[in-house]
Design a protein around this ligand. Structure first.
Ligand code: 1CP
Length: 324
């Protein structure tokens, strides 16, 4: 078992840097596109444990990354409450949701059984740790209130000020759903959890504290109490929510972030469109100054579609060759 990813999160000695990257199973890989087509599309792929296992393992087999991330989507736990959700490729909802009562109590084993089945299959196959994940309540609410992907996500922010009680009620329901979903994942076998706060960075610190901070502390504490480390990913900001490690984007100074605790990141995924030699240089420039335990090499956000596979290979191989 390759456990250097988990050892780095615990700040235990490691032989070399662990590396994996967000959205590592994805459209840039021809092998992924083939399985997705065979499965009948993105959602069908998420619901098919054998196919989801296959695409989760692809980047481990192709590049030798040191962790696998469950193939699914942050919107999957909302499928039971939001029938008719599609992906095109971002989430799309038939009608925007602002009624908290739609977000009923959630039994993940009953309502999305394919997630636990995929995790169990993966644990039998994998020789690297499996990362489970969820979106934050505010990020999920952003898509629900908007009705899907948008250019400027302003509707949820507007709701926070125009009807704070309703916003609060939505966030409370989403916290309960997220907690149930993550507990199920840990019980099924994930060895770390990453929480994606893709849109929380858009909120002022005061608004984030008013609506988000306490709920995130509760979610993260509960997962940690189950013995599993929690990585908190956010864009553009570092906010203290009690996480084991923080996944930061390329606008954050990595050395400064590392002083606060274990850290993951943070190459700009656009940099992978450079030639392999440039990618190798950029990876060394990013990682060498903080090479050692407590650091997991990753990108600053998900890998982009159409990223050249050779540059991805240069990123992974360079990171794995850096001395610790
Ligand atoms: O057609 C396709 O192939 C669908 C594209 C796709 C994929 C590959 C979507 C739709 N989701 C996913 C998988 C996914 N999504 C993973 C899988 C694990 C991995 O291999 O890394 C994860 C962790 C996510 C998480 C996710 N989904 C986030 C958080 C991370 C982030 O990028 O900020 C968000 C915001 C989503 C929503 C979503 N789902 C899909 C897309 C294209 C999007 C983004 C839409 C938008 O930007 O508004």
């Amino acid at each position: 078992m390759n456990d250097r990813f988990l050892r780095a999160l615990r700040e235990e000695p490691i032989d070399r840097l662990p590396v994996w990257f967000m959205r590592q199973a994805g459209r840039y890989l021809p092998a992924y596109r083939a399985v997705k087509e065979r499965a009948g599309g993105f959602l069908a792929l998420c619901k098919n444990p054998e196919a989801a296992t296959e695409v989760t393992m692809q980047p481990v087999e192709i590049f030798g990354v040191d962790a696998a991330i469950l193939f699914s989507d942050i919107m999957v736990p909302l499928l039971p409450a939001v029938p008719g959700m599609t992906f095109a490729p971002g989430p799309k909802i038939p009608a925007p949701i602002t009624d908290p009562d739609i977000l009923h109590e959630f039994d993940p084993l009953e309502e999305v059984p394919f997630v636990a089945e995929t995790i169990q299959l993966l644990r039998r196959e994998l020789r690297v740790p499996l990362v489970g994940f969820a979106g934050t309540p505010a990020t999920l609410a952003t898509y629900l209130v908007e009705g899907g992907t948008a250019k400027h996500f302003t509707k949820f922010r507007r709701l926070l000020y125009s009807d704070p009680q309703r916003a609060e009620a939505i966030l409370e329901r989403l916290e309960a759903i997220t907690l149930a979903y993550l507990r199920m994942q840990v019980e099924a076998g994930v060895q770390a959890v990453q929480i994606f706060d893709s849109w929380g960075g858009d909120l002022s610190q005061a608004t984030f504290d008013e609506f988000c901070t306490e709920g995130l502390w509760r979610i993260i504490r509960s997962v940690q109490e189950m013995g599993v480390p929690v990585i908190f990913f956010a864009r553009g900001r570092m906010r203290d929510v009690g996480a084991t490690a923080y996944s930061v984007d390329w606008t954050i100074d990595l050395e400064e972030a590392r002083r606060r605790g274990p850290v993951q990141g943070n190459l700009d995924p656009a940099m992978l469109f450079g030639a392999p030699k440039q990618v190798a240089e950029a990876t060394r420039a990013m990682a060498e100054p903080i090479a050692g335990t407590g650091f997991v090499v990753n990108l600053g956000h998900g890998i982009l579609p159409e990223t050249p596979v050779e540059s991805v290979r240069a990123f992974v191989e360079t990171a794995q060759a850096i001395e610790v």
